[in-house]
Structure formats: structure tokens, C-alpha cells
Design a protein around this ligand. Structure first.
Ligand code: PEP
Length: 694
């Protein structure tokens, strides 16, 4: 992939990630601040599916809190890039389940509003399905390329943000349950004027309903539309049905009515038009009401009586339950009937309290925070309860955001400082070593391991894990790469995630793709997460007939696929004995690399490996190595210029061990080692890596 292509990919993945994260943080947050709303929605679904009968009563609320916390945290994790693999998997799983489910809901329409954004944004079931399809596509993008997502917090400290998000969401959900939702998106929020919420604006169509009556006379049942209701009183009422003929405009408040109990008089208009104060004790079901503060309610009623304010208890419970409540609670206040869904929407507490004046909501209280009459020893007009507060939504938003963001910001700052401090220390240390070793050596120092055809998958993963831990505990002063057989790559890439160790393959095909049984292309190597590939190793030249021409193809394909190439060169014993090493090495360079551009060449690392020293225990002396490295650098300067020569890292390979590495690496043109046998033992390989330390 080209550089521009890679950049576009990065932008696409990160944009998808931010969009997904924002959606989940929002949908999680609107549920966190109103878990009861989600509970009611879940109950609607369970009822529609016929599951309510066997479901334990507490379950919908628990599920509502769990769903809210899950969505919110998933959003936060994706935003910060926390546990990227696991998080993107969870997105895929969640949306993979939700998308077909919402398609079913759109087709069957058991509940009209899905409730995915609580009361904040109402979507139809088809809109929800469309939204989920888009989110599913985005989650596929982030799942496939999760490694491209930048992290906003270090891997080591990500647990602080993970834990804080969970605790924050849980505490906020519990607080909203104990009091009332922190944000009230419903048409009954403080400051809302109920009559205004019932108005159908001019020009909007009113909904049309058709009511049919089932009447019976002389044992015969017949249906009559309202307009044909018979005048003959011999017909007796049996049942009635109302169907919506046309939806029309449905105002935010469309089902609010107050009918006195037991008289049956509709007093909705009178209550809403009352310019004085009216307290409404709201209890959808008295049988489920929290009775902890019923004495306080009675005191409040006495207070209303004393000052001439109206007071009603609105409920959807039946006659028997109301009578029982009157006896049990000693309630003298009047009762009135209202639809249960309306009551649940008005206030998320059972019982809850609503204060109205002139049809406007002046105050709302949950059952744990009813106003105390001791604090109300003055008329409402003179107390803060009776004063309409200005809309505090902005302030609440700010408070919640600050409560969440300030600690996060502090965590991130500490994290950044910690990382910065570590990096600074490491750099200082490295600088001092580099200065000590050789002031002229500004090139990248690399120690690369070549496992060859050794270690099964489990042994390879174990070795990579051991090395990762060893280097996490004792940071290296050079770049470390391990090159493994193809079958290890994907697993070792996972092990190495977040570590300083790079990963490479030992070979790749000289063809782009297609019917080349048993071959592995450069693109495939790259797709495992590897960054390097070894090419031109003497064993591949000798045993698999890899010519300069074949290697040229491989190098081009590796570079085109974004891999860095560790290109091996070196003479056999006969050639050295005939003093032909320079000639041989130059021909190897020219045959496979001299057609590259300087830019392509900047992704090449050279490894000088005298074949007579590989795996033989016979090492080139430090002087022999330096002599060849200097020659190679001069050859590169001749072809690609002084800058390219100065920048290219040239590694030495051939029976390199912890005991001889320091002496060889101290040479000015030696920039590290390509290690075979000694790379198969963590302690030996680490010993060689440590040769770069003072
Ligand atoms: C190698 O094969 O790249 C190599 C350097 O092997 P050894 O260290 O075993 O000589």
C-alpha cells in the first residue's frame, strides 16, 4: 500500500472509531441517567414477547443498569483505545446481535419506539435498524484494523480509565435511581407547560380515531360506529374498540388526563388551568409504591389544606388498592385516575411528587427526597419550592461532564508525564551509552533474532512472552526484532502487542499472489502484524536456489507491502580464503538492491553474515567484521550517496554470543547483530541485546 493509502486507511479507521465511540457514549449516558426509562422499555418488550410471566421482577431494572453501563464504557474504551482488540470484538458481537434483532422489531413492530437513545432522541424501528446497519459497518472497519487506532492512554495505565468509567457509570445510575434522572428529556420536565405540550400546531393534521361499540339486544351482538350509535335503549353496552385511522401529528403530551375517583369526573382542564399550586402525588401502581415516607406525604397534604393548595394522588391502581392505601397510609387526600404509562413518564419514582402552577411543572421529587414540611413553614409563594428555577440543563450537563472529564484528564496527564519521564530517562541513558560507545554512530542499533526452522508454536509463543517480559522489566538500548517461521507470526504478533519488540518473517514469496502452493506472500506476512522480513539468507541461497534475480523480486514485493527488509550478504569459506569477499558481497548487493530508489533503500537493513561463521561456532573477529562493514558502507555510498550510507544499519551475523557481542558491536560500522542459535534462548538473546548497555 502506498503512503497516501496508508494515511487514508488510518484516517478512515480513526474516524469510524470516534463516530462509534460518540454514539455509544451518548446512548449509554442517556440510559445511565434514566435507568427506570430503560427498565420500562425493556418491560414493554418482555410483555410484547410474552416473557413477563416468568421473568423475576428485579431483572428488567438490573438489565437496564447493566446495558447502560456496558454501552457507556464501551464508548469510552473505544475512544481511548483501551484493550483495542477486545473492545472492537465486543462491538462486532453487540451490533452483530442487535442489527438482526432490530430488523425483526422493525418488521414485527411489537413496540413502536426502540428506546435506544432513551427519551433524548426518539427513533422509529426502521430508523433504528438503519442506524445499526451503519454502526455495524463501522464496527467491521475498526475490528479489522484495530491496530491502526491510536491510543490516548498508555497500555500500562489503561486500567485506571477502564475502572473509573465503570464506577462513574454505576454511581450515576444509582444516584439517578435514588433521586430522579439527572437529565429529564420528557415533556414533563421542570419548566414544561403541559397545556402547551398538548397543542397540535396550526396546519398539522390531527390524528383520526375510529371507535366502534359492541352492543347486545335480545341475545344478539352487533357493532356500531360512534356516529351510528343506536337511540334504542334496549341495546346494552358490551365492549368498545378504538383504532387509529390516521396518525396525524402527535403532540409530546397526548394522553394526559385526570379523572376523579370514585366520581369519574374529568378535571384535567381545571387542574391545568389552576393559577394556584397543585401537588400531584404520582403512583402508577400503589401496590408497588415505596411507603417509607408516607407520613411526610400526609404532612404535606395538611400543609396544602392549611394554605389552600390543591393536592391529588394520581394512580392507575384499581378501587380495591386505592381503598387499601387509604386505610394503610391514613391518606385523606383525594385520588384521581390517570393512565399508568403517563404516570411513569411524568416522574421516575413510585411514588413521586409533581408541583404544578398554571399548568407548568414547578418541581419534581422522588420518594427519597420529598420536601419536608419543617422546611415549608411559609406559603409556597415565599419558599424556594414554589419558585420556578431557570432551566438548569446546561449547568447539569457541565457538572456531569466535569465530574467525568476532570479525573480522566488528571489520570491522562499523570499517565503522559509518567510515560514522558520514562522516555526521557531512557533517552538520556541511551544517549550516554551511545556517546560512550561511539560518538559517530547515529544510526539505528538493531539486534534481530532468526529462529530458523526451530520451535513449535507453543514453544515460540512461550519464548516471545519470556522475552517481552524480560525487556519490559529491563528496557533495551537498541531496537529488538524477532524473525519467526510463518506459522508463529500471528500468535507472536499478539504476544508482542504493546511491547518494544518488532516482528519479522524469515522469508516471503517472489510472487505477488496466486496458484503457488506452499508459498507465503509479502502481503500475507504484513497482514500478520509483522514489520520485517529476512531476505537473502545464505541458507536460502544455498538450499533453495535463491538467485540475485529472485531476491530482487522478493525485495521489491516486501517493500511494496510496507515491510522492512533485513537483507543478508556474505561470502563462503572458499571465497574468503581466495580473498574474494569484497567482490562477492558487492555483487550480492548490486544484483538485488541496486535498482532501488534511495527512498526504497531507506527501508533496508543489511546483515553481513560470513557463511563460514554461521552456526559453526567460528566467529569473524571484530576487526574482520569492521573491515567488511566499512567496505559495504563505502559501496552503498558509491551507489546511493553518503547520507544513505551513513543512515543504513549494517548488522553482523555468525555465531554471535553474549560473550563476543560487545566487542563486535563496539566497532564504528557495526550497528547490531542478526542472531541465529543464540536467539533461541531468552537469556542468551537478552545478553546480546545488553551488549549495547554500558
Ligand atoms: C544466522 O543464521 O543468521 C546466524 C547468524 O546464525 P548463528 O547465530 O547461529 O550463527
Amino acid at each position: 500500500m502506498t503512503k497516501v493509502g496508508r494515511k487514508l486507511c488510518w484516517v478512515g479507521v480513526n474516524a469510524s472509531r470516534l463516530l462509534l465511540a460518540a454514539t455509544f457514549v451518548f446512548s449509554g449516558m442517556v440510559k445511565v441517567v434514566d435507568p427506570r426509562g430503560t427498565q420500562y422499555k425493556l418491560e414493554d418488550y418482555f410483555l410484547a414477547f410474552g416473557w413477563s410471566g416468568w421473568m423475576p421482577g428485579f431483572l428488567p431494572l438490573w438489565l437496564a443498569v447493566a446495558l447502560a453501563v456496558f454501552e457507556f464504557c464501551l464508548g469510552v474504551y473505544l475512544f481511548f483505545g483501551i484493550r483495542r482488540r477486545m473492545t472492537t470484538r465486543l462491538y462486532l458481537l453487540f451490533l452483530g446481535v442487535m442489527t438482526p434483532l432490530t430488523l425483526y422489531l422493525a418488521l414485527a413492530d411489537p413496540v413502536s419506539d426502540c428506546g435506544c437513545f432513551g427519551d433524548a432522541v426518539t427513533l422509529t424501528n426502521w430508523e433504528t435498524f438503519g442506524k445499526n446497519v451503519v454502526l455495524l459497518l463501522l464496527s467491521v472497519v475498526v475490528f479489522r484494523s484495530y491496530r491502526l487506532m491510536s491510543r490516548f492512554v498508555s497500555e500500562r495505565n489503561q486500567w485506571t480509565i477502564s475502572l473509573y468509567s465503570i464506577v462513574f457509570a454505576l454511581v450515576l445510575a444509582c444516584y439517578s435511581l435514588y433521586t430522579l434522572p439527572v437529565f429529564d428529556f420528557r415533556p414533563y420536565h421542570i419548566g414544561a407547560n403541559l397545556p402547551e405540550g398538548m397543542v397540535v400546531p396550526e396546519g398539522e393534521e390531527e390524528p383520526v380515531y375510529q371507535t366502534t361499540f359492541v352492543l347486545e339486544k335480545d341475545g344478539v351482538r352487533k357493532e356500531f360506529p360512534l356516529e351510528d350509535y343506536p337511540e334504542d335503549t334496549a341495546w346494552h353496552f358490551v365492549d368498545s374498540r378504538t383504532v387509529t385511522v390516521s396518525e396525524g401529528y402527535v403532540p409530546p403530551i397526548h394522553d394526559f388526563s385526570i379523572v376523579t375517583w370514585p366520581e369519574g369526573e374529568d378535571i384535567t382542564e381545571a387542574v391545568l388551568a389552576d393559577s394556584g399550586y397543585t401537588f400531584l402525588l404520582v403512583s402508577p401502581y400503589l401496590e408497588m409504591a415505596d411507603d417509607g415516607d408516607i407520613d411526610r406525604v400526609n404532612e404535606l397534604y395538611d400543609y396544602c389544606q392549611a394554605y389552600g393548595y390543591s393536592f391529588y394522588c394520581l394512580t392507575a391502581s384499581g378501587d380495591e388498592m386505592i381503598s387499601r392505601w387509604q386505610d394503610f397510609a391514613g391518606a385523606e387526600y383525594p385520588f384521581a385516575l390517570t393512565d399508568d404509562i403517563t404516570l411513569k413518564t411524568m416522574v421516575r419514582s413510585n411514588p413521586g411528587l409533581v408541583l404544578l402552577k398554571g399548568g407548568t411543572v414547578y418541581g419534581k421529587w422522588g420518594c427519597h427526597s420529598f420536601p419536608k414540611v419543617e422546611d415549608l413553614n411559609v406559603p409556597l409563594e415565599e419558599s424556594e419550592w414554589g419558585t420556578l428555577r431557570s432551566d438548569s440543563r446546561m449547568m447539569t450537563t457541565l457538572r456531569v461532564v466535569l465530574w467525568f472529564l476532570v479525573p480522566l484528564f488528571v489520570f491522562s496527564l499523570v499517565d503522559r508525564l509518567w510515560i514522558g519521564g520514562k522516555m526521557y530517562k531512557r533517552k538520556k541513558h541511551r544517549d550516554s551509552i551511545t556517546n560512550l560507545l561511539n560518538k559517530r554512530k547515529m544510526r539505528k542499533k538493531i539486534v534481530a533474532g532468526n529462529w530458523k526452522m526451530n520451535l513449535n508454536l507453543q514453544e515460540g509463543v512461550a519464548l516471545a512472552t519470556e522475552l517481552k517480559n524480560a525487556l519490559a522489566a529491563d528496557q533495551p538500548n537498541c531496537e529488538v526484532v524477532i524473525c519467526t517461521p510463518f506459522i508463529h507470526l500471528a500468535s507472536v504478533a499478539q504476544v508482542l502487542e504493546g511491547s518494544v519488540i518488532g516482528l519479522g518473517a524469515e522469508n516471503c514469496a517472489d510472487k505477488e499472489k496466486g496458484a503457488y502452493t506452499g508459498e507465503v506472500s509479502a502481503a500475507m506476512v504484513k497482514s500478520t502484524g509483522a514489520q520485517y522480513v529476512i531476505l537473502g539468507h545464505s541458507e536460502r541461497r544455498a538450499y533453495y536456489g535463491e538467485t540475485a534475480e529472485i531476491l530482487k523480486e522478493k525485495v521489491n514485493l516486501a517493500l511494496a507491502n510496507g515491510l522492512k527488509v533485513i537483507f543478508c550478504i556474505g561470502e563462503v569459506l572458499e571465497e574468503r580464503e581466495a580473498d574474494k569477499q569484497n567482490e562477492v558481497v558487492k555483487a550480492q548487493l548490486a544484483g538485488s538492491l541496486f535498482d532501488l530508489t534511495a527512498e526504497q533503500f531507506s527501508n533496508i537493513v543489511l546483515a553481513y553474515e560470513p557463511v563460514w561463521a554461521i552456526g559453526t561456532g567460528k566467529t569473524a573477529t571484530a576487526e574482520q567484521a569492521e573491515e567488511m562493514h566499512a567496505f559495504i558502507r563505502a559501496t552503498i555510498a558509491g551507489k546511493f550517496g553518503a547520507e544513505a550510507a551513513e543512515n543504513v544499519s549494517i548488522l553482523y551475523g555468525g555465531s554471535c554470543k553474549p560473550t563476543n557481542a560487545k566487542e563486535i558491536f563496539a566497532k564504528p560500522d557495526v550497528d547490531g547483530g542478526l542472531i541465529g542459535g543464540a536467539a533461541l534462548k531468552c537469556a542468551d538473546f537478552k545478553g546480546i541485546i545488553d551488549a549495547w548497555k554500558a
